[in-house]
Ligand binder design. Sequence first.
Ligand code: AN7
Length: 411
Amino acid sequence: MPVGRPFISCMYRLVCVHCAAVYPADQIIYTCSRCGHLLAVEYPLDELSIDRSRWRRRPLSVWRYRELLPVTGEPVTLQEGGTPLYHLKRIGEELGLPHLYAKHEGMNPSGSFKDRGMTVGVSMAVELGMTQVACASTGNTSASLAQYAAKAGMPAVVLLPAGKVALGKIAQALMHGAKVISIRGNFDRALEMVHELCLSHGLYLLNSVNPYRLEGQKTIGFEVVDQLGQVPDRFVLPVGNAGNISAVHKGLNELLALGFIDRLPMMTGVQAAGSAPIVRAVREDLPAVIPELSPETIATAIRIGAPVNAEKALVAIRATGGTATTVTDAEILAMQRDLARKEGIGVEPASAASVAGIRRLVEDGQIDRNERIVCVVTGHLLKDPETVIAQCAPPCEIDADLSSLLSALSS
Ligand code: AN7
């Protein structure tokens, strides 16, 4: 046991999703030491007494739901969660979907949903007595970890795939003081390397293989149920490492077990056409994903070929009667522009993939028009300014007089 704050671990434990091996909550472990599969946090739900009216009296945020989170002490928080749920009126009208919504996770402190995971993950790092944190990242995880590590006063190491991370995300990781390393390899290789580093050198791994991080991310589902006042029929998420779709499913399953909701939404994953191992596994009904060795897409956030949480995500999609679809880079960028110009919602390309995926599924005749659909848009427009600039005409520069202005406006 590392030295740290006193740790109360009686209320929950870690359980292997494959062989059901059980581990104590304070063991530093990321995958099952018996079979190598993923772990999940398990609460004694029938022993917890949770008062939902107490939840409603707290502000909408990750920490509204703290009875279903693993942190026992004071959390490391930057006020994450409580993000807007927008009705997509114009895009919904075009698609013939009157009940289409977007949960804008770009409105979190670092500009992506990762903050929900990091507030919990970094709080757990403190609680477990760890002194350094690390991750591999396509960008957003590194930005978020850097920010929460700064808040905790803990050094952070982040590994990025060289040349494949959007500018805003690198800027954040650097400015918040993480040690930023670019590897000549892709994200999947960076994750293997950082996992090895953490196991051999005692850093705390905060990728989504870490079951505590996913606990924070499940609150997206909790907030949507509270904001809509009901369970949506379908929950749509962009999928990279497949942590977020797994986390939302886990959380809603807990609400179901507690009797707070009476059904689950159809969990629906969207991947970029050049990086779609989960979609392939769903379409071909494979028992496991076949890694994509050279994933490629303009949505660099989800340029991931070997999704670590595939096992959980396939269960989420299959058990809820959901589905998965691909979208092309052109479809992603078209939806990024539509969200920006028709709804006033600025998101990065990977985030537009969820709504682009709904457009594709509608065109393929796979959506009932009366469904209540929530698309998670995962990261802010400013994360990837270069992809924005490349799609837009530059500002028109004029002489500083009124007649030049009037002729510019009329041309
Ligand atoms: C904007 O930052 O994997 O399926 O290292 O940044 O849970 O992996 C980012 C993933 C969707 C996919 N949208 O979520 C990373 C990283 C955005 C993202 C995803 C990511 P998962």
